[in-house]
Design a binder for this molecule. Structure first.
Ligand SMILES: CC(C)(COP(=O)(O)OP(=O)(O)OC[C@H]1O[C@@H](n2cnc3c(N)ncnc32)[C@H](O)[C@@H]1OP(=O)(O)O)[C@@H](O)C(=O)NCCC(=O)NCCS
Length: 184
């Protein structure tokens, strides 16, 4: 966290290569000088990890970014308290995405094809999550891998999103289904 604050205060908008001491790999961290991180934000990088927090992004307390692939948070977005970004695949936000508290973005999953083998030993299968512009995600929402959410979408509190949601819609439930168009 201290390193991230230093990078942000230095106003570096270009990529900064961070040494991942555990594995000796280089990860990319690109923070706009106008982004804001509250205390208690945790970031870790894998081999090909990338984190981009663009202009005026606000990340609230307790958010966890596990950057195994790329996590790219679009300008003006707000990440609520205790959000978990499990970035096996990439996770990308458009502009002005607002996320309530305790949401999960899970961009990979364990396969379970090998019989009688512990799940933890089975390969991780990556799948990207892509979220458009002007999306409001309510609290306690979980978004699974291989999901694309369009622009101007609202996802109701406590929803599980496991399939694409089209632009200009409000979706709720487990699994989330479109209940109506937004601005109708
Ligand atoms: C999705 C949401 C915006 C819908 O608001 P709305 O259009 O006023 O919806 P209504 O209250 O009229 O509900 C319409 C129907 O959807 C259902 N519904 C609404 N939100 C729901 C949700 N989150 N999960 C499941 N069903 C939901 C209602 O029960 C109702 O069903 P019915 O027609 O069978 O009675 C709102 O319910 C919501 O979840 N907001 C998120 C709040 C939040 O988490 N904020 C965090 C701060 S960023």
């Amino acid at each position: 966290m201290k390193i991230l604050e230093k990078i942000r205060k230095a106003g570096l908008v270009l990529s900064v290569l961070m040494n991942n001491r555990l594995k000796g790999n280089l990860a990319v961290c690109e923070l706009s000088s106008s982004c804001r991180l509250q205390k208690g934000v945790t970031v870790s990088f894998g081999k090909k990890g990338e984190l981009k927090l663009r202009d005026n992004v606000k990340v609230k307390t307790g958010a966890v970014f596990e950057c195994l692939g790329m996590i790219d948070i679009g300008a003006g977005s707000v990440v609520g308290v205790y959000n978990w970004f499990q970035g096996g695949g990439s996770i990308t936000f458009g502009r002005n995405v607002i996320v309530g508290s305790h949401c999960n973005f899970i961009a990979s999953t364990h396969s379970f094809n090998e019989k009688y083998t512990d799940f933890k030993k089975q390969p991780l299968v990556k799948g990207d999550i892509e979220i458009g512009d002007n999306v409001w995600i309510g609290s306690h929402v979980t978004i699974l891998n291989n999901v694309k959410i369009g622009d101007n979408v609202i996802i109701g509190a406590h929803s599980l999103v496991n399939a694409d949601i089209e632009s200009n819609s409000i979706a709720v439930g487990t699994p989330a289904r479109v209940m109506k168009k937004v601005w109708e």
